[in-house]
Design a protein around this ligand. Structure first.
Ligand SMILES: [Fe+2]
Length: 444
């Protein structure tokens, strides 16, 4: 499908693979009416953690710790008696990243006295995953009120089971269903935290908080985005078993540049604290879609990016950029300078001149929707392949009060950077063109 697609009409998906799904139609950003029908099939309380599967957990976790300012908080590995896998937990406020790698080449026989606190971990599956995808996200874990019933309700509404419910002890439970590709949606339930309960999961050894504590200001996971081959079937599948509602959508014509595009739908839970956007490639453009590039290099669907929220993106970026040359994360090139001239017209009423100056200096993109403002910046791919990357964001506005009068920020405030997609594409395309030129020189 080319860029000639009409924005804001049902024809936006006509011609794509998605058109086979009769009861799901993209209507485009301008026609989309946001509403929250609160249709969750079971209580989903928020993101719990993200698990990455990798070849070596110690080195991967160390790189993310240094690059993102996340401290090593818990572990299960050979030092704790786990000879099956090494799993290291990094934490920054409520954001939890778990890095797991097999330390055994074969799966252990099922045993009630397993050395592993993660019963769903399979060394052979993890080896296969890393061989196929490289470094990637294996599990998006959400906290539910009951991992047993979440699993059974999901499966009865079409979810493909990945791991049956397991009692982890101390009131903790885990289950998994397939999400897309080799990524699972993991359900975790646990009692309210107490001084005696483990800070992560039973069987993980908690590590003392060092002083001073490593912290660049990252507070939580805002959204976890997947790239899929066919958006309509993926959205239909996930919405059917979770009951999640459509929170936002964009079509290629809304956000594509002249050379690439995508269709995207954001699904959300009742509280809109779990935001799961999914993208599909749009074909027929001069250059291959960014999403198709991902699918090729990842060998199928998978997590494209994780958006990490901070209360002060400028401060977080100063810390992260200082680590870039020493092994931290690198960022996509900043947009062209005229972007910031236009920005003064678009966001001058919300951001001070000093803030806008710092956004320009640090390459931060700014977008807004009808409710708030979004400051965002994207890293380069975090591993060897042009697949998974990170987004650092700050949302401004949309403050509201709960029933007890406590102030909180509504989920998704300021949107998902629709207005910045084209800026992102331009910079990725420039980067790809530079890589292609280098490959041609090397081949000559
Ligand atoms: Fe994002």
């Amino acid at each position: 499908m080319g860029q000639a697609t009409v924005a804001g009409t049902e024809s936006a998906v006509a011609g794509s693979a998605s058109s086979s799904e009769k009861d799901f139609k993209l209507v485009g950003y301008s026609n989309f009416l946001r509403k929250n029908p609160r249709t969750d099939r079971f209580p989903v309380l928020g993101f719990h953690h993200i698990e990455f599967w990798c070849g070596d957990a110690t080195n991967t976790a160390g790189r993310f710790s240094f690059g993102l300012g996340m401290r090593l908080s818990a572990r299960s590995d050979i030092s704790t008696g786990n000879t099956i896998h090494s799993s290291l937990l990094l934490r920054s406020s409520s954001l939890q990243f778990l890095f797991s790698a097999p330390t055994s080449s074969s799966d252990p026989p099922p045993s009630p006295q397993s050395q592993s606190p993660l019963p769903s971990f399979s060394p052979s599956a993890s080896h296969r995953f890393t061989l196929t995808h490289g470094l990637g996200v294996r599990a998006i874990a959400v906290r539910v009120s009951d991992a047993f019933s979440a699993f059974h309700i999901s499966v009865s509404h079409g979810a493909r089971p990945a791991f049956p419910p397991a009692d982890l002890g101390l009131g903790f439970a885990l289950s998994e269903v397939e999400l897309y590709g080799d990524v699972v949606l993991r359900f975790i339930s646990h009692p309210s935290p107490s001084p005696h309960s483990p800070s992560f999961l039973p069987g993980f050894e908690d590590l003392p908080t060092p002083s001073p504590c490593l912290d660049y200001g990252i507070r939580r996971l805002d959204h976890a985005v997947g790239n899929v081959e066919d958006l309509a079937s993926a959205v239909k599948y996930v919405a059917a078993f979770t009951g999640f509602h459509e929170f936002a959508e964009f079509t290629a014509a809304d956000i594509g540049t002249a050379e690439s595009g995508l269709n995207s739908v954001v699904l959300a839970n009742n509280e809109e604290t779990v935001l799961i956007p999914m993208n599909e490639p749009v074909h027929g453009t001069k250059r291959r879609s960014q999403i198709q590039t991902y699918l090729d290099h990842n060998v199928g669907a998978g997590v494209q990016h994780l958006a990490l929220a901070t209360d002060d993106v400028l401060q977080t970026l100063r810390e992260m950029r200082a680590k870039s040359p020493a092994g931290g994360f690198e960022f996509m090139p900043p947009p062209v300078p005229t972007y910031y001239v236009n920005l003064r017209r678009r966001a001058g009423d919300v951001l001070s001149e000093e803030q806008m100056k710092q956004c320009e200096e640090l390459g931060v993109l700014v977008d807004r929707d009808d409710q708030g403002v979004l400051l965002q910046i994207f890293t380069r791919p975090v591993g060897d392949r042009p697949t998974l990357f990170l987004e650092i964001i700050q949302r401004i506005g949309c403050m509201t009060k709960d029933e007890e009068g406590k102030e909180y920020q509504k989920g998704g405030c300021g949107g998902f950077g629709k207005g910045n997609f084209s800026e992102l594409f331009k910079s990725i395309e420039e980067y790809e063109k530079a890589l292609e030129a280098k490959q041609q020189i090397a081949a000559a």
